[in-house]
Design a binder for this molecule. Structure first.
Ligand code: AMP
Ligand code: ZN
Length: 665
């Protein structure tokens, strides 16, 4: 074995170990930075020596495979449902059936939490992950291997032996912290928040771009090893699974009687609120694998297991009134004010209702007695109305027709769930919202300024838009309430300092709808200057890799607006960065300087994202569609025939991944 190969293998091993420490054990032993340095080192070696490629290398975690059609795969072992129970009597009945079936009452159980996500069946051969298939209808599911490989807590290579070949099942979940952060980011970028962690987790598995899946903080909790008899009990099998690298939650417990099962249930009915993921119950299983075999299955579910469902976290309250909030994009969100009520350990006074359809669907009326539920979301939601308690003279809620802030007639476009205030530049809340977004940490990150100060400055008439920030003088700020000379000077200094913030952040700060952080980065890299971006027409915009109709339309709308042109001109005059600073770029060579490349198909030595990154690192530009201006089409496996025909017709050179590598090295 060559030194290089040994080095690569060693790096992979070390990275896998750190990955396991961090994502499975939750006990990192090196910093993120040190991890990234090692990963980068491996990436460079792998790109240089593609002959040592490994589909389960830690570098594969970032994804990049595009799946247009998920293949249907028949499960080797059917994925059953679970019978449900809702009371301790139900469980006693179940125990009686189990005892009868086995002819003994000497039975041990295991209790686990019921993880609320999307079930997945993982197949391992010789210690390597070979496939991941969703449950589907239980008989066959979708091949989600590429997406699942990006989930860091799922081992791609095991740390030791479990069995040569086996299947293991688990639940892919989105932890609450990650879910809530995802929603904060989405709202920030002008998108609707996701409704709950479970649907978001299962939706993630269906995404076509595995790189997008890699960005979601998904996790996988394992609960069953299928079809083996080496261990005597389910519990021991799971313990061993944990040892070889799987995330098997510590809550799993052996119980020697149904009473112990009840204790487990009562304990977790309370403690579940402290978990960072959602659980809707407990799964009780007969622990002996031989007993499991004997009991076997009904047409739908194993006889050897049963789920006990916790009662939903509900409370009864009264709807006092509805507030309508205006977001920075003009979207209206109704929020219910409730009679304060205790729910899942907190006092709830407000609940979200999302939009007008939701109000109509629930037929909400003021003074209604309502049910509120709390899941993984920060704000609880109204799930129903007790119509028996409804006052006789109540009338359906009339949704507002005008903006609660500026009184403009609201609009609702076809296909939109929300109403919008179209008075983009005259609506105070939207104006303030845009300034707050502009100064926020991920945008211009202006020291000394926060939401409250913006409000103060705006209400005092000192600023109307973000460009006005650069005209502020300390002397104007000091007279304001709660403003000392020192903080006024800090504000002015913070604003000045922001003129060195790089272009991609400035672009994000402008608050163009659908131009979030990632899109802003893409656009900045592609167009290099604000002028090129703002003069680009719709066609030019959608030709940019990963820019779709909706984003392109939003950018042209922004660029054609005279007010925006003036704002940007003013910002330029204050010295803000509106061009990519090439001296600070990560470009490693200029071999592809100015060349336009299109990437299509599936690659073996690069993930798609890495390939695109490599093109940009070498000065090239990635486009999404072939035109006469395209310099090269890099063709991978399974490239669509239409693309090839088009390239041939236009005389665009088609090169392979290897030819590309030879070009840049
Ligand atoms: P249901 O979808 O209600 O029929 O419940 C069955 C599903 O619960 C299984 O397909 C699993 O995906 C999921 N599940 C979650 N946690 C567990 C667990 N600890 N043991 C077994 N199944 C579980
Ligand atoms: Zn308004």
């Amino acid at each position: 074995m060559s030194d290089i190969q040994q080095k690569i293998i060693q790096l992979r091993k070390v990275l896998r170990e750190h990955n396991h420490n961090y994502y499975v054990l939750d006990a990192a032993t090196i910093s993120d930075y040190e991890f990234d340095v090692l990963l980068k080192e491996l990436e460079v070696l792998e790109a240089k020596y593609p002959e040592f490629d490994d589909p389960n290398s830690p570098t594969q975690r970032v994804g990049g495979t595009i799946t247009k059609d998920f293949q249907t795969i028949t499960h080797k072992n059917r994925m059953y449902s679970l019978a449900n129970s809702y009371s301790k009597e139900d469980l006693q009945d179940w125990e009686t059936r189990v005892q009868k079936g086995l002819g003994t009452d000497d039975i041990q159980y295991t209790c686990e939490l019921k993880y609320d996500g999307a079930s997945i069946n993982l197949t391992y051969k010789n210690g390597q992950l070979v496939s991941a298939v969703t449950r589907g209808d239980g008989f066959q599911g979708d091949d989600a291997t590429a997406n699942v490989k990006t989930i860091r807590s799922i081992p791609l290579v095991l740390k030791g032996l479990l069995f040569d070949d086996f299947e293991i099942r688990g639940e892919i979940i989105l932890p609450l912290k990650g879910f809530n952060q995802l929603n904060i980011d989405r709202i920030e970028d002008g998108f609707e928040p996701y409704s709950n962690p479970r649907n978001t987790a299962s939706g993630s598995l269906k995404l076509q771009d595995s790189a997008a899946v890699a960005k979601r903080p998904l996790d996988c909790l394992l609960y069953q090893v299928v079809g083996n008899s080496e261990y005597e009990t389910h519990f021991n099998t799971m313990e061993q699974a944990r040892k070889v690298g799987f995330k098997v939650p510590k809550a799993i417990q052996v119980c020697n009687s149904l009473n112990e099962v009840f204790e487990f249930i009562d304990k977790w009915d309370i403690q579940r609120h402290q978990l960072d993921y959602e659980t809707d119950g407990v799964v009780i299983k007969v622990n002996s694998l031989q007993y499991q075999d004997e009991l076997a299955y009904t047409a739908k579910a194993p006889r050897w297991a049963i789920a006990y469902k916790f009662k939903a976290e509900q409370a009864i309250s009264k709807l006092l009134s509805i507030d309508y909030q205006v977001g920075r994009t003009g979207a209206i969100t109704p929020v219910a004010n409730l009679e304060p009520v205790q729910l899942a350990g907190t006092i709830v006074k407000r609940a979200s209702i999302h939009n007008a359809d939701q109000i109509a669907k629930l037929d909400l009326r003021i003074n209604d007695t309502i049910f509120v539920e709390k899941g993984g979301e920060i704000i609880p939601k109204i799930v129903g109305v007790d119509t028996d308690k409804r006052p006789a003279d109540s009338k359906p809620v009339q949704y507002i027709t005008h903006c609660p802030d500026c009184n403009t007639l609201l609009e609702r476009k076809e296909g939109d769930a929300k109403h919008y205030c179209p008075n983009t530049y005259g609506c105070p809340t939207q104006n303030k919202g845009r300034i707050e977004h502009f100064i926020s940490r991920k945008a211009m990150n202006i020291d000394g300024l926060g939401g409250e100060t913006v409000e103060l400055l705006y209400d005092a008439g000192l600023i109307q838009n973000y460009a006005d920030l650069y005209d502020l003088r300390a002397g104007q700020i000091v007279p304001l309430e709660r403003m000392a000379e020192k903080s006024a000077k800090n504000i002015v200094a913070g604003v000045r300092a922001s003129t060195s913030i790089p272009f991609e952040k400035v672009l994000y700060a402008l608050g163009i709808r659908y131009v979030g952080e990632t899109v802003a980065k893409k656009l900045a890299r592609h167009f290099k200057t604000i002028d090129k971006l703002m003069t680009a027409d719709f066609e030019t915009l959608i030709a940019v890799d990963e820019i779709g109709d909706r984003i392109a339309q939003s950018i042209t709308d922004f660029s054609n607006d005279l007010l925006n042109i003036q704002l940007v001109d003013r910002l330029k005059s204050y010295g803000l960065q509106f061009e990519v600073d090439e001296s600070k770029s990560t470009v490693q060579s200029a071999i592809l300087q100015g060349k336009k490349l299109v990437v299509s198909g599936v690659f073996t030595k690069f993930s798609r994202n890495k390939l695109k990154q490599s093109i940009e690192d070498n000065g090239g530009i990635v486009s999404s569609s072939i035109s006469s201006k395209t310099d090269y089409l890099i063709a991978g496996d399974k490239m669509g025939p239409a693309k090839r025909t088009k390239a041939e017709k236009l005389g665009v050179p088609i090169i392979s991944e290897d030819e590309y590598l030879r070009m840049i090295f």
